[in-house]
Write a protein that binds this ligand. Structure first.
Ligand code: ATP
Ligand code: MG
Length: 323
């Protein structure tokens, strides 16, 4: 395995009873980037991260952090990584400032150094005012920020962020995103798990989509989108009664899966992944002409790149009407 990668796994496996929670995961995370691990509930994200952070022993395969094996060289790995867990670990009864001070002391900082670093982080994370409050009285967003602050008291080479923004409001999510960007700008490699496509879209340079313990797709955002379809057609009809027929006509003309949107006059279709941009446009044009020929009135039509949400749904769930 190469050491230019911050994290590298090969065939990583974790089994709980008869549940293969992580079932042969291969990852290659370039140093200095944000790498997104995207997957639905129970996909195996936390289990993977816990193995990489040496908190859980793999049942098969190998994982290395900066070339060090997470089992054989667990101490070396531990000295370079930090984990902000999905269910994090600051002491609820202590104040924000007390938590950071205590952890700083545990990490071996002098009293003065620990106090300075705590103050710096509280300020940087917008928690100065809340510094004297017990963490149990923090809002969800404040709580998440103090968790991340605690995990970067010593700047780690790799930071694992396990669903750092689940349950946060948009403003708090943005604050956490800014923190992640700042951490990466300082040279830390971040492995971020999330269920939110827009989060991966905002932060990650590469993304692995995992489901049922397996990587089902991997690449840059552009590559993932291109793998699902070079184009997504969105269509709004004048008349909801014509939707079933429109679905049939489009499926035939585009040779693609056509989904019915929650809006009763709207349909979405992905144009075949092998198509080039021009191909997709030609196919979409033919589909429009065919709809007109069948007397179906179209109010609104667009052809664009699929969103990461559409990519995710396409990869993790194959519902819809096939052509
Ligand atoms: N300690 C454990 N003992 C038994 N089963 C476990 C344990 N930890 C996880 N699992 C199972 O392993 C599978 C993967 O769980 P994991 O927590 O890694 O998923 P996840 O992708 O983090 O999901 P979520 O988005 O809900 O956090 C699930 O089926 C889960 O029930
Ligand atoms: Mg999890």
């Amino acid at each position: 395995m190469s050491t230019e990668l911050a994290i590298e796994t090969a065939g990583l496996v974790k089994v709980f009873g008869d549940n293969r929670a992580v079932d042969g995961v291969d990852l290659a995370v370039p140093t200095g980037t944000v790498y997104g691990v995207l997957g639905p509930n129970g996909a195996g994200k936390t289990t993977t991260v816990r193995m990489l952070a040496t908190l859980l022993r793999p049942d098969g395969g190998a994982a290395r952090v900066f070339g060090k094996d997470v089992v054989q060289d667990a101490d070396a790995v531990r000295s370079r990584v930090s984990l902000t867990g999905q269910y994090a670990s600051v002491d609820e009864d202590l104040t924000g400032a007390e938590n950071l001070l205590l952890l700083g002391r545990l990490l071996g900082h002098s009293k003065t150094a620990a106090r300075e670093r705590a103050a710096q982080l509280l300020e940087g994370f917008g928690l100065s005012e809340a510094a004297g409050k017990q963490v149990k009285n923090y809002s969800g967003g404040m709580r998440r920020r103090i968790d991340i602050a605690a995990s970067i008291l010593n700047t780690p080479d790799v930071l694992f962020l396990d669903e750092p923004t689940t349950g946060l409001d948009p403003r708090s999510r943005n604050q956490v995103w800014d923190i992640v960007r700042a951490v990466v700008a300082h040279g830390t490699t971040v492995l971020l798990t999330t269920q939110y496509l827009d989060e991966a879209d905002q932060l990650a340079s590469r993304i692995a989509v995992i489901d049922h313990g397996k990587v089902i797709a991997e690449g840059t955002k552009g590559e993932l989108k291109a793998s699902v379809g070079s184009g997504t057609v969105h269509l709004r009809l004048r008349n909801a009664d014509q939707r079933a027929e429109a679905q049939r006509v489009m499926a035939a003309a585009l040779n693609a899966t056509v989904q019915l949107d929650p809006d009763p006059v709207a349909l979405t279709a992905r144009v075949d992944g092998q198509s080039t941009g021009q191909d997709a446009a030609d196919k979409a044009g033919r589909a429009l002409a065919e709809l007109a020929r069948c007397g179906i009135t179209v109010d609104n039509f667009s052809l664009g790149q699929p969103s990461l949400d559409e990519v995710f749904l396409a990869l993790t769930d194959k519902k819809g009407v096939a052509a």
